[in-house]
Design a protein around this ligand. Structure first.
Ligand code: NAD
Length: 289
């Protein structure tokens, strides 16, 4: 058996094309996304560039705020307050991680929950917990798009999420629960991870550890989603990205499998755009169909 490869890039393209069409039909101001980048962390610079380019492609105006690594907490707080008030800004993205002298949580909590396109504000996490509408974290939303597009009834499936961060693992577990999966969250203190993962019809790895999930840990036919992004070098010294799942080995056992890169990553960026559009639609009372 060889798993079907879930082409996240193609699915992301489809969603972005539909979004671009919706944006083209807008009469009046376009949706706006403010992107705050602090410092020169190369991964963050690359992510922000990707997000700004993707915004442009679908017709979302981006408001870049690229600040020096020495910016103070109060300067950032003032910027967020200004963006909260700016009627042309529908989404505010604070690219993480921030330099150590800044309090990430405190700053995230200052973002207007209705402009919190990363879905990390306690109000949005609370809405998710309560099953109320609200902006959902982008990576979990992207994973759910991959899963709900499959010819599979998610109800009653055993889903195992490896990783319990507030960015990925926890919100994803709640979204799977919303689809009536039976959800288990595994983490760094879990005993006998393989015993749990072997029972998973849906297995999501969101840890950041190369080869964490190997073929003997996977139930035959399972859906395996690899959220992990690890930077490594090959024998010639060339840098490349790799996930948490042993792709070659697991491909022979799983029913569906996402690659890294080209799996979850493109959907994460796409759901940032979807969230910005959702926020725009709510703000301008545009009917969502
Ligand atoms: P994190 O470091 O905040 O959380 C990692 C989680 O893994 C923790 O909850 C920890 O308990 C768990 N863990 C650590 N070691 C473990 C082990 N041996 N067994 C089981 N669980 C273990 O990371 P995060 O922000 O949730 O990101 C996780 C991974 O996903 C990273 O590689 C990150 O780069 C990647 N990521 C990818 C995307 C994307 O768009 N594809 C988006 C966000 C994060």
């Amino acid at each position: 058996m060889s798993a079907h490869i879930l082409d996240g890039k193609a699915i992301a393209q489809q969603v972005q094309d539909q979004l671009a069409e919706r944006v083209r039909q807008i009469q009046g101001r376009p949706p706006g996304l403010a992107v705050i980048l602090v410092g020169e962390n190369p991964a963050s610079v690359a992510y922000v560039r990707g997000k700004e380019k993707a915004s442009q492609r679908v017709g979302i105006v981006s408001f870049p705020h690229h600040l020096a690594a020495t910016v103070s907490q109060s300067e950032l707080a003032d910027l967020i307050a200004t963006l909260n008030q700016n009627s042309h800004v529908d989404g505010i993205l604070l690219q993480l991680p921030l330099p150590a002298h800044l309090d990430e949580d405190l700053l995230l909590n200052l973002i207007d929950p209705d402009k919190d396109v990363d879905g990390l504000h306690p109000v949005n996490l609370g809405r998710l917990m309560r099953g109320e509408p609200g902006l959902r974290s982008c990576t979990p939303a992207g994973v759910m798009k991959l899963l709900t597009d499959l010819p599979l009834d998610l109800a009653g499936k055993n889903a195992v999420v490896v990783g319990r961060s507030k960015l990925v693992g926890k919100p994803l577990a709640l979204l799977l629960l919303e689809q009536n999966c039976t959800v288990t969250i595994a983490h760094s203190r879990t005993q006998d991870l393989a015993e749990l993962t072997r029972r998973a019809d849906i297995l999501v790895a969101a840890v950041g550890r190369i080869n964490l999930i190997t073929a003997p840990m996977v139930k035959p036919g399972a859906v395996v989603v690899d959220v992990g992004i690890n930077r490594t070098t090959d024998s010639t010294g060339k840098n490349y990205l790799i996930g948490d799942v042993d792709f070659q080995g697991v491909q022979a056992v799983a029913g569906w499998l996402t690659p890294v890169p080209g799996g979850v990553g493109p959907l994460t960026v796409t759901y940032l755009l979807v969230n910005t559009f959702t926020s725009y639609a709510a703000r301008t009372r545009l009917a969502l169909v």
